[in-house]
Design a protein around this ligand. Structure first.
Ligand code: HEC
Length: 404
């Protein structure tokens, strides 16, 4: 948190904005991906169902229209034709469609381990359309199975050997396991398998281009908003802080800033200008009163000195220059107590009084003054104290009463 709080406003803003956008983007992307994935799966299942129906319909149609042609041409046996149609569809295609049976007639229709499992499950019932995503060599594959149930018409060739047409008896001798089915029994299934990896890869690619596009958009938004924030907030605030620094540095209150807007930042700048105006007025007034005071003390016959609690002289008039034997420039900063024989006594008294009151003017007290050359003079000190900007200041009027 402390690292974040020490960041610049623009960086903070960018980080917050970017995090929000990334969170939205990622959750959107995941949601999108899952949605598309389930959509693709649904499509693939629909597709498998249609293919399976086509195979079944091919067989049904042929068995409806053919009148014994199969006797002379075995390729026209509806099931055989269906097997061949399925083979041709699957050829050069990414998916495969087959008719399978545990008790197959065509070795090509022998089930693979997955199909064998499902056929056994169908035999136990219920025999219903089934789909599942399985992993084959690490790749996701949709397996779809539509069971084929024995009807009365099927038993002509799949029922009793003795009642089967001779061309069937010829190809599948007595005792072949493809006979002896009963109505309602599962003879086999149409099996479709579709590799999903490539389809998922397409979504992945779409997702990537989506993310790149949205990412670019987010980047643009951040840049635009960033420059807006810089123009409307950061630059004015920086200008304000520059001005305040300038005031601290020079002590002059004559700067004004232009409020370009009427919003909160504009209000801040207007308030700043008003404050500067007020400060400028006050400074002027103070300078004026200081000037007046200085003129007044310059006119006085007696030496007048203002000093701080530690004795350090801050104001001295011309009469003081003469009494102390030093020009004002040298007087400022040195201790008034050093010029009194009983300097320590005065210091103690001032310390005591300083603790008590805010402002006072004391009685006139005699002291012995000693100028820079050591010349002693009897004086009377009229002492008063004021409080200015939190500093206690003492002003003393020094009246000479004769040589000491
Ligand atoms: C006219 C005879 C005949 C009829 C009627 C018949 N079949 Fe078949 N069936 C066959 C023959 C022949 C094959 C072998 C196909 C091949 O060689 O590809 C076969 C194959 C199958 C297969 C594929 C597994 C395998 O044994 O190779 C299934 C499943 C099947 N039949 C189900 C049915 C169903 C269900 C019906 C009824 C709707 C039915 N058959 C009606 C002759 C028939």
């Amino acid at each position: 948190m402390s690292i974040f709080s020490s960041l610049r406003l623009n960086a903070k803003f960018n980080i917050i904005l970017a995090s929000i956008f990334i969170a939205i983007l990622v959750s959107n992307a995941i949601d999108d991906y899952l949605r598309q994935q389930s959509l693709i799966l649904r499509d693939a299942i629909d597709y498998s169902r249609t293919m399976a129906r086509q195979i079944i319909e091919t067989r049904t149609y042929l068995s409806d229209v053919l009148k014994g042609e199969a006797r002379t041409n075995p390729a026209l046996i509806p099931q055989v034709a269906a097997t061949q149609v399925a083979l041709r569809i699957s050829k050069d295609s990414k998916f495969t469609i087959r008719q399978v049976s545990l008790r197959y007639r065509n070795p090509h229709n022998s089930p693979d381990p997955y199909e064998a499992e499902e056929l056994k499950a169908f035999a136990k019932g219920p025999a219903r359309e089934k789909h599942q995503i399985v992993r084959v060599n690490g790749q996701k594959v949709l397996r779809y199975m539509l069971p084929m149930i024995a009807e009365e018409s099927c038993l002509e060739c799949h029922g009793n050997y003795d009642s089967a047409p001779s061309y069937i008896q010829l190809r599948f001798p007595r005792g072949h396991f493809s006979y002896n089915y009963h109505v309602g029994e599962v003879i086999g299934a149409v099996s479709v398998s579709i590799p999903m990896a490539e389809l998922y890869r397409t979504i992945g690619r779409n997702l990537l281009s989506d993310i790149l596009f949205s990412g670019g958009l987010v980047f643009l938004i951040i840049i635009l908003l960033g420059s807006l924030i810089r123009r409307t907030i950061i630059s004015p605030v920086l200008r304000l802080s520059d001005s305040i620094n300038q005031v601290t540095l020079t002590g002059s209150f004559n700067q004004r800033l232009q409020a370009a807007t009427k919003d909160e930042i504009g209000q801040l700048i207007t308030a700043f200008n008003a404050m500067m105006e007020e400060m400028e007025q006050r400074t002027l007034q103070r300078q004026e009163s200081e000037e007046r005071y200085r003129n007044m003390i310059e006119m006085a016959q007696s030496a007048i000195v203002t000093f701080l609690g530690d004795g350090k002289i801050v104001i001295a008039n011309r009469a003081a220059e003469r009494l102390f034997g030093l020009p004002t420039s040298d007087l400022l900063g040195i201790s008034f107590y050093d010029f009194l024989i009983q300097g320590n006594q005065l210091r103690q008294e001032i310390d005591q009084r300083a603790a008590m009151d805010t402002a006072w003017s004391g009685e006139v007290v005699p002291y012995v003054f000693k100028d820079i050359r050591g010349h002693r003079t009897s004086v009377e000190l009229a002492l008063s104290a004021t409080l200015s900007a939190g500093h206690r200041m003492f002003t003393v009027i020094i009246r000479e009463t004769g040589d000491a």
